[in-house]
Write a protein that binds this ligand. Structure first.
Ligand code: AP5
Ligand code: MG
Length: 214
């Protein structure tokens, strides 16, 4: 069973690869960032709380994030595996995930780290556009839509994320280095971590698919 964590700094390509992998393996894509953005769009209390952290690049508090993932993982569509994107991001989140995944009988099988150099992350984040409707990621130079400003998949409008500016990005990169990077050692010690080069990844998806097929 594929119970996957996709890790990597902001802009590494987690969302881009996740969308391709879930189509290949037919498992749900659980992105905490997408879940928070959905709540912000709907104007729920969770969304209001999340916006106060996300827009400046800070992490949402652990208790909120863990509760959200716990509820999501208990849904029936996770019965045959899942792909987590952007969770866990702190040691307490990883510890919580360990007990949640044991409780539901779906322990983590693979932790994939997409490594990408910092200069490339900045270029990708500053040029990213996302579909307002379905969240599909594009890039003004690297990954252009067929029609300017319009999503290839659903025809939605392409916009820039509020946290995709240099100021918020430097906060996000710092949060990644201080709070998330230690997880690589945590999962390395458990023998679950595999690193992939995400810097020039036209061939990354087939590599990931072959790896996950084992
Ligand atoms: P989240 O939405 O998870 O953002 P992130 O981790 O900063 O990562 P990104 O989505 O920015 O990048 P990505 O790796 O998905 O790259 P993408 O595929 O889009 O989290 C947002 C916020 O929510 C956090 O800052 C935090 O506030 C909060 N949050 C979320 N989870 C949390 C948690 N667990 N705990 C606490 N808070 C949490 O690609 C980027 C760009 O590059 C795109 O334009 C794409 O088209 C392009 N691109 C992708 N691959 C390539 C390639 N190979 N070559 C060239 N260009 C490429
Ligand atoms: Mg993403």
């Amino acid at each position: 069973m594929l119970n996957i964590i996709l890790m990597g700094p902001p802009g590494a390509g987690k969302g881009t690869q996740a969308k391709k992998l879930i189509a290949e393996f037919n498992i749900p894509h659980i992105s905490t960032g997408d879940m928070f953005r959905e709540a912000i769009k709907e104007g729920t209390p969770l969304g209001k709380l999340a916006a106060s952290y996300i827009n400046d690049g800070h992490l949402v508090p652990d208790d909120v994030t863990i509760g959200l993932v716990k509820e999501r993982l208990s849904k029936s569509d996770c019965a045959h595996g899942y792909l987590l994107d952007g969770f866990p991001r702190t040691i307490p989140q990883a510890e919580a995930l360990e007990s949640i995944s044991k409780e539901i009988g779906r322990e983590i099988s693979h932790v994939i780290d997409i490594e990408t150099p910092k200069e490339e992350l900045v270029r990708r984040i500053c040029g990213r556009r996302v579909c307002k409707k379905c969240g599909a990621p594009y890039h003004v130079i690297n990954i252009k839509p067929k029609v300017d400003g319009v999503c290839d998949i659903c025809g939605g409008e392409l916009i820039q994320r509020p946290d995709d500016n240099e100021e918020a990005l430097s906060v996000r990169l710092e949060a990644y280095t201080k709070q998330t990077q230690p997880l690589l050692e945590y999962y390395q010690k458990k023998g679950l971590l595999t690193k992939f080069d995400g810097s020039n990844s036209s061939d990354l998806t087939p590599k990931l698919v072959a790896f996950l097929r084992g």
